[in-house]
Structure formats: C-alpha cells, structure tokens
Design a protein around this ligand. Structure first.
Ligand code: NAD
Length: 264
C-alpha cells in the first residue's frame, strides 16, 4: 500500500527540535521528502538530519539554516526546497519562540523577535511557496499556532498577539487559495512536552516556591484540563491529517490539540 504522503515534498520550519522535528519525522515516515530548518547544536542538527533522512531512505535530510527573522533567507530556503526536493507541496510554519514578562517590562527586542519569528516569517514563507503550489494545483499550508492563538494568558503579550495574528493570516490566505487546490489551516496546541514549554516549569516553581511537579500541574497546566502534557506525536498526527488526501475541504480553520483548554 502506498504511503499517505508518497510523492509529496515538505518544508518544516523549526524542525531541529520539538514539534517541528516530530512533524518532519512523521512526514518522512509516511512517504514525503522533507527539508529541515532550525537552529541548535551541530550534533543535534546532524542527528535530526540522520533520523529524518533514514525515514526518507537517504543518508541525511536536506537542511536550511535560514533565520526566520530574515525574509531573504526565508525566500532562499523555499527556493532551496524546490530545487533540492523538486517542490514545496507542504509548508509547515512551525518555528517559534517565547518570552514571559509583564507588558511594561517586556523588552522591545523580544517583542520584535517574537513577532518576526512567530508571525511575520509565516507570511514570507507562504508568499514564497504559494506560486509553486498554485502551479501544481495542489498544496498544503499548515501554521503551528497555539491555544494562545484563540485565548490569552497574562505576561505573554508578544506570543499571544503573534499567534492570534497567525490565525488571521491562516483565514485570509485560505480564502485566497480556496479554488486552487491549496488549503491553509492551523494547529493550536496546548502545552506540549518540548524544550520551549519545559523551560517554563523551573521559573514557575521558583516564583511560587513549589516543586517542579506542582508548578507543572497547578501553574503551567492550570488551564489544560487533562493536567497532562500534549505529546509531540499527537501534533504530528494532526499535521499528517491536514497534509493528507482526506482534508481537501478543511480550509481556513484550526485544529485544537490542547486537552480541552479552549473549551472552558
Ligand atoms: P522548540 O523550542 O522545541 O522548537 C522551536 C524550533 O524553532 C527549533 O527548531 C528552533 O531552532 C527553531 N527556531 C527558533 N528560532 C528560529 C529562527 N530565528 N529561525 C529558524 N528557526 C528558529 O519549540 P516547540 O515547543 O517545538 O515549538 C514549535 C512551535 O509550536 C512554535 O511555533 C510554538 O509557538 C508552538 N507551540 C508550542 C507549544 C508547546 O507547549 N511546546 C504550545 C503551543 C504552540
């Protein structure tokens, strides 16, 4: 039986770690040729490339070190994907960072960086990849937003603003591409067990003077009704569904994978 993404090409931004790496690996295991992107220690990037490459039947997966704060590098990354893999059928805008601070102390440069990486990079990547998708009459744009694209939390102004923006971008692009064979959707994860989210546990434990376990369940996951991390593979499965053959009528919407967070 053919694999679900056999013959497809994919670019996953921020795929050297966490959710992006899980999506890239799942796509490769399900038949796609995948280009990776993101930062990290050279040995970690090499390991990710080898792991995803193995699933693709190649020594290593193609990789772009494009910085998502730099539009020219984003355009070069999309062009490299098209040149090396023969296309960019599936674009997953996943790279993201976080900074937690009261708004009046929020450093200007952190605000700019979060908006650039978490929101503006999605626009530049979509703009660069869309002509190829339209020419082919098929494409999938999947933006990894957040529960914070739908609801807010205090002290995360830049992140919440960026992720709400991602959902607006998703809807607007979806309307533009509706008759082209391309879809544009978002995934809204709750707290997922990745370095980005795990890094928030220790400061919370220190702030509240509690153990890291209590900081996790009572503070970080206070609004995640399951009181459990979402696992990266659960996000990867949503990303497979949105990229697969049975989701052509799903357009301009988001799938929450958040343990019930935004049901409240
Ligand atoms: P992570 O820290 O594990 O991975 C982030 C990835 O983005 C890494 O590959 C990193 O190198 C890359 N990256 C960061 N800055 C970059 C830049 N300037 N240019 C290129 N790549 C860059 O984080 P994660 O938790 O896997 O997050 C992935 C996405 O999921 C983010 O958009 C995040 O906002 C979103 N998200 C995460 C959670 C969570 O709980 N982990 C929840 C909701 C949404």
């Amino acid at each position: 039986m053919a694999k679900i993404l056999e013959g497809r090409t994919a670019l996953v931004t921020g795929s050297t770690s966490g959710i992006g790496l899980a999506i890239a690996l799942r796509y490769a295991q399900d038949g796609a040729k995948v280009m990776l992107n993101g930062f990290g220690k050279p040995e970690d990037i090499a390991r990710a490339r080898a792991e995803v490459g193995l699933a693709m039947g190649a020594p290593k997966a193609p990789y772009s070190n494009a910085d998502m704060t730099r539009p020219a590098e984003i355009r070069e990354m999309v062009a490299a994907c098209q040149a090396e893999l023969g296309g960019c059928d599936i674009l997953v805008n996943n790279a993201g960072i976080q900074h937690v601070s009261p708004v009046e102390d929020f450093p200007d440069e952190q605000w700019d960086r979060i908006i650039a990486i978490n929101l503006v990079s999605n626009f530049h990547a979509i703009k660069a990849a869309l002509p190829g998708m339209k020419a082919k009459g098929w494409g999938r744009i999947i933006n990894v937003a957040s529960a914070h694209g739908l609801v807010a939390s205090p002290f995360k102004t830049a992140y919440v603003a960026a992720k709400h923006g991602v959902l607006g971008l998703t809807k607007s692009v979806a309307l533009e591409v509706a008759r082209t064979g391309v879809t544009c959707n978002a995934i809204c994860p709750g707290f997922v067990r990745t370095p980005l989210a795990e890094a928030q546990v220790k400061p919370l434990a220190e702030k509240h003077g509690v153990s890291e376990q209590v900081a996790l369940t009572d503070h970080l996951l206070d609004r995640q009704p399951t009181k459990k991390w979402v696992e990266v593979e659960e996000i990867a499965q949503a990303a497979i569904y949105l990229a697969g053959p049975h989701s052509g009528s799903i357009n301009g919407t988001s799938i929450s994978v958040d343990g019930g967070w935004v049901a409240q």
